[in-house]
Design a protein around this ligand. Structure first.
Ligand code: FAD
Length: 472
């Protein structure tokens, strides 16, 4: 059966897909947006349960892109709060500030370890003058920028917990993008002279947050997409047909209903690997092989409802040690008090895992028990205060930058380049470590390109209305 014929078909209803749809719709284009989940927003959605609200891992909005900053503030029409960032790292029973504060680091590590950290860092600075080759792995990169002792104390364990593979097999790009070139020297300098680091979003001390959770950005984008366009939730793209180097249509499964959706232009924000395997006729074997070797890290989120007004004062707590089962926690009510019923709070734990592994396969009861035990052993909660929990599995949370990933991506991009009317955007869509602002920017840029070149033309309204009627 046929679905609507639109100017643009957008695959994925996270922030990248929604921003593309919003911008095209505002420019008078008709859009069909296809989202697999029941809710829109992708990784940046907010879940509500029994009056508690939480993001899939706390999401702060901060950007150095001033146009996008204005766009998001206008979209929220003033409905946001400014939150002071307060991040802590719990390591060897000591609480460390992030960004680093020299006295806190000194008292936490002790003079002897702190001196060793600075000594190792100085050694690497001298070595760097004689090494021309770029760092080959995450280990290389961190040792060069922070020294070996700091790498062993913090980065190695945490990175391997996050990624599930050896630091020597992780390409340096993730850490480069993550800390934006921040070295130990700059971190220390920032602690002494905060203005130095103020321009890096990694070190920003305040951020914007909608009072009912980050998902409000997606909600506002959805509300801004007019009735002439069509937004399909619970709808999975299962196939994408092409001929003569153009995408012809996508096949979308929604419950028992399967429909083909045609359009002039196609924008994919679904994981790059999924896109490649959906193409028909099938891409060459080398492209399929490259896609099958691109892996993502998945996430198990356990949100624990607690019968206490407040547990911590922080926005994030990082837990690098492998003996602690989760890698990061946040308390949504420290982001906005409206995130829980009065007098109650919630702690949200993130477990980094691979689909189908031991962590991913935990039952709700097991995942809750491990989390509550972990939180109790850290002295944060008493299990008698626990009111309930929500356990969620989030596939494709992080593109995994294994060494060789860049060549695999390039092989795929080279192949996709032949399709004049296919555009990729977003985090999983491009396989880049995008934050929300980058994801939205990538969608905005594609929409602008399509409007500027007139690529997404207006299609006759009659087809549109006839097609939509059966589905909404
Ligand atoms: C734990 C965590 C914390 C984060 N914290 C921050 C933060 O503090 N600040 C920040 O700026 N960024 C943060 N990010 C990053 C941010 O979430 C992403 O950059 C952004 O949400 C990506 O949007 P997207 O639209 O590109 O991708 P996604 O949100 O992944 O959207 C892709 C969509 O495609 C859908 N889809 C997949 N397959 C199909 C299919 N076959 N058919 C139809 N639909 C499909 C998915 O369901 C999804 O909704 C965080 C990410 C994680 C995982």
């Amino acid at each position: 059966m046929r679905g609507p014929l639109s100017d643009a078909v957008i695959l994925g209803g996270g922030l990248a897909g929604l921003t593309t749809a919003y911008q095209l719709d505002k420019s008078g284009r008709t859009v069909t947006l296809v989202e697999r989940e029941a809710e829109l927003g992708g990784l940046a959605r907010t879940v509500e349960a029994k009056g508690f609200r939480f993001d899939l891992g706390g999401h702060r909005f901060v950007t150095t892109d001033s146009e996008l900053d204005v766009f998001v503030r206008d979209l929220l029409a003033g409905d946001y709060v400014e939150v002071d960032r307060s991040s802590r790292i719990l390591l060897a029973n000591n609480w460390f500030h992030y960004p680093l504060r020299p006295w806190n680091a000194l008292s936490g590590f002790g003079i002897s370890t702190a001196s060793r950290i600075l000594y190792d860092y100085a050694v690497e600075q001298v070595k760097a003058r004689f090494i021309a080759a770029p760092p080959a792995s995450l280990e290389d990169w961190v040792v060069r920028h922070y020294g070996r002792r700091m790498y062993l104390l913090y980065f190695k364990e945490y990175s391997e917990k996050v990624w599930g593979i050896d630091c020597r097999s992780i390409a340096p790009e993730w850490i480069e993008q993550r800390v934006q070139g921040l070295s130990l020297g700059v971190a220390v300098l920032n602690a002494v002279m905060p203005r130095v680091g103020a321009k890096r979003s990694t070190l920003a001390t305040r951020f914007l947050y909608p009072p009912l959770g980050i998902g409000q950005i997606a909600e506002r984008l959805r509300q801004g997409i007019g009735a002439a366009s069509c937004v399909l939730n619970d709808a999975t793209v299962v196939r994408m047909d092409h001929a003569d180097d153009r995408i012809q249509q996508v096949t979308v499964r929604r419950g028992n209903d399967t429909r083909m959706h045609g359009g002039e232009e196609f924008v994919s924000t679904i994981p790059l690997q999924t896109l490649v395997t959906a193409l028909y006729p099938r891409p060459p074997a080398a492209v399929l092989a490259a896609a099958s070797q691109l892996r993502s890290r998945d996430l198990l989120v356990v949100a624990v409802m607690i019968n206490r007004p407040r547990i911590t004062e922080h926005t994030w707590i990082y837990l690098p040690e492998s003996k602690i089962p989760f890698g990061r926690i946040h308390e949504p009510t420290n982001w906005s008090p409206l995130m829980a019923p009065a007098g109650k709070t919630m702690l949200v734990a993130e477990y980094f895992c691979f689909r189908g592994d031991r962590i991913w396969n935990r039952t709700q009861a097991e995942a809750t028990r491990v989390t509550v035990d972990g939180l109790q052993s850290l002295g944060l909660i008493d299990h008698r205060d626990v009111l309930g929990s929500v356990v969620l599995r989030i596939p494709n949370a992080y593109p995994l930058f294994e060494t060789g990933y860049r060549e695999r991506c390039e092989r795929i991009y080279d192949y996709l380049d032949r399709f004049g009317n296919l555009h990729v955007a977003g985090r999983g869509g491009t396989f880049r470590y995008y934050n929300m602002d980058h994801a939205m920017r990538s969608g905005m840029d594609i929409a602008a390109k399509l409007v500027d070149t007139g690529a997404a033309r207006q299609t006759p309204g009659a087809d549109q209305a006839a097609g939509i009627a059966g589905l909404i």
